[in-house]
Design a protein around this ligand. Structure first.
Ligand code: SAM
Length: 288
């Protein structure tokens, strides 16, 4: 169905289906007509691709994805939207809507069942209350996905796409960079949504790496070190790690020195390679 960004059309749908927004489910629907076509175009919704959408709302982005991709599987938690979607997506035979929590969904099985012989992309205007957990779940489960193109709060987008060694970096930045090459695509003002949130948004694309270019001895330990490093942002790396990861300070100091770093270095100053060196050195010392 066209014109799903038209406020009159939306109000009519809501009234006929007795629908009202749920704040707890992060329901801010897109009403700026230029945004969904751009997400679809930049998010690899095209021939040869199957697209997973997370959170359909009334289907405004789903419609743009279905026009372009071979197949769309859309996962929506709110069962009140199912009758709405039956109406708004009725013209698209290549869309399957799954009524589920994406965090509880076996996406590997979804891909195997629906996207045989296709490349896979994820496109979404993410519910903001659960942005990072969804992104980390998609990356950590190493699904066969080429790109993840998502709308997130601007502040979250800045952190997710920050360059290592800059002050915007957080633990999630290092994790995202480990699995993908992130890009900030464009900004979207708060007025593009109904209801309008209190903050602006942006669309980012994570180009997922096929094989990690980083040589980490023990991934789990590496991520423990990264999370520990950023757990106390005002402290230097040595103090932050020694109060968070349960390893003696002297051993951490030795690992920092072996990695060729100053004892005063701050976590946000480190490159990915330096984080990896610290984690690898520390592991050798602990197991020594
Ligand atoms: N794509 C629509 C749009 O752009 O207008 C809706 C985006 S809205 C920001 C987020 C959507 O995600 C809502 O429809 C909400 O019900 C759904 N949602 C929230 N939590 C979810 C979850 N855990 N799993 C699947 N969908 C979820």
């Amino acid at each position: 169905m066209e014109h799903l960004t038209d406020i009159g059309v939306i109000k009519d749908i809501f009234q006929r289906h007795g629908f009202s927004f749920s704040k707890t489910l992060g329901q801010n629907f897109l009403v700026n007509p230029s945004v969904c076509p751009r997400i679809a175009e930049m998010g690899n919704a095209k021939k040869g691709f199957g697209v997973i959408e997370i959170g359909t709302g009334i289907g405004v982005l789903t419609h743009e994805l279905a026009k372009r991709a071979d197949k769309v599987v859309a996962i929506e938690i709110d069962s009140r939207l199912l009758p709405v979607l039956e109406e708004t997506l009725s013209e698209h035979k290549n869309v399957t809507v799954i009524n589920a929590d994406v965090m509880e969904t076996d996406l590997r099985a979804v891909i195997e069942e629906h996207f045989q012989g296709m490349e896979v992309a994820v496109c979404a205007n993410l519910p903001y209350y659960i942005t990072s957990p969804i992104i980390m779940m998609l990356l950590e489960s190493r699904l066969p996905i080429s790109t993840i193109t998502v709308m997130v709060q601007k502040e979250a987008g800045t952190r997710l796409c920050a360059k290592m060694g800059t002050r915007d970096v957080g633990a999630v930045t290092a994790a995202v960079r480990y699995y993908s090459e992130p890009e900030l695509l464009f900004n979207v003002s708060r007025g593009s949504f109904m209801p309008a949130p209190n903050v602006d948004s942006c669309v980012i694309r994570l180009n997922v790496r096929k094989d990690s270019e980083y040589k980490v001895e023990d991934e789990k330990f590496f991520f423990k070190v990264v999370r520990g490093a950023f757990s106390q942002r005002r402290k230097n790396l040595l103090n932050s790690l020694s109060s968070s990861i349960g390893v003696e300070k002297a051993k951490i100091a030795q690992a920092v020195e072996n990695a060729g770093l100053s004892a005063n270095v701050r976590p946000e100053q480190l490159t990915m390679e330096q984080f990896i060196d610290v984690a690898n050195e520390l592991k050798v010392i602990i197991e020594g």
